[in-house]
Design a protein around this ligand. Sequence first.
Ligand code: AMP
Ligand code: MG
Length: 328
Amino acid sequence: MISKAKIHSAILVMALLFSEYASAEWQLREFNVMGTRARVEFWSTDKALSATLHEQVEADMRRIDASMSPYKPDSELSAINQKAAEQAVVVSRELFALIKRSIDYSQLTSGAFDITFSSVGFFYDYRQHQRPSSEQIEKHLAGINYRHLVLNDEQGSVKFKSKGVRIDLGGIAKGHAVDRAIDILKRGGIKHAYVSAGGDSYALGNRGDRPWMIAIKHPRDKTRSLLTIPLENLAISTSGDYERYFDENGVRYHHIINPKTGDSARNSQSVTILADNSTDADALSTSVFVLGPEKGLQLIDKTPNVSAVIVDKDGKVHYSSDLVSIDQ
Ligand code: AMP
Ligand code: MG
């Protein structure tokens, strides 16, 4: 016979389990930041902690936006663009480090990734369907060259070697923001999370009993995805010519610029990179988009722990060799 006390304790355990279960939820928040939509989702049974972490992550992304936006006239980045041709501009360590990492990427990609793309890129306005004339491109193309940037490590300052140079961290800053968000969540004790800012995301741990399932958009068909990839503890970034663009006389002008020509990069429709952190995935997705499938896959195949899925200009899908071998 089961005693009354045992029944009571069984009910108590069930009640505890139920309350644990009822309050344990996927904590989701979405907001607009850095010109895109951010999504922050994690598993926690603690509602108060979850609210605090959501606030910290959102505040951190807004802080990064306020510092690194080229569109906000009072951002640190705008101060560089306004003054660095005349004088060395001292910036925060965080911004300095990200500019430095961008230059590392320029060196790694033979200049395909170059934050001075903005010297010409600045003249595009995709919403207004505006692009630079060929005269403007000719005049400003010389401004695109990462070698124009002089970084002083001791001072933490940035200077331009010549006039007409502008920088823009749009190809790497969202990845950086995602990495920072994941750091904040991990420090708060979170083990399972998904953070995305536009096309840049990181999947921490898993989603309950299964990996995070991340869909890659089809670059020419909004109604379906190209591929869905199961991810755990990996960053995924996609760069596409369908994100910010306009079409004119059958030619697409979009936001990823070939530093050699000042025109939109025309070798790819979309590039997805998997890496162990979001900053690298972000910089590499933009880089490989510019490089195109052939040179892009050469770069990815010699870089450890990085994979790529490339849709080339004709819509053909290419995989880095590690993914091809999984496929077979
Ligand atoms: P993503 O979507 O990560 O590929 O980033 C695209 C953004 O990167 C653009 O909106 C620009 O801000 C920036 N960008 C464009 N072309 C380049 C380039 N060649 N090198 C570095 N950043 C670029
Ligand atoms: Mg990128």
